[in-house]
Design a binder for this molecule. Structure first.
Ligand code: SF4
Length: 80
């Protein structure tokens, strides 16, 4: 089953909440007005939050990537 990596650059996030509108389970609003990526781990090297997902969660998160106005979300395939 394919695996995908979500990378979230929280610095870029302006709290537009477009991602929340399409996938609230993954992108809940945070108290500081931005969003958090549920279950993500912070990568000290890239300074991005990372979460690995499988095929079932791909399309909603791909949609979140597409609607984010500041391109803070990136979803890439890491495994076939
Ligand atoms: S759509 Fe982008 S800018 Fe808006 S809350 Fe989500 S990550 Fe942040």
């Amino acid at each position: 089953m394919a695996k995908y990596l979500i990378e979230f650059d929280r610095e870029l996030c302006i709290g537009a909440l477009a991602c929340t509108a399409v996938a609230e389970k993954f992108w809940p609003r945070s108290e500081d007005g931005k969003v958090d990526l549920t279950g993500a781990v912070f990568n000290e090297e890239t300074k991005k939050w990372e979460l690995t997902i499988d095929e079932a969660d791909f399309s909603v998160n791909k949609e979140a990537e597409e609607v984010c106005p500041v391109l803070a979300i990136k979803v890439t395939k890491i495994e076939d």
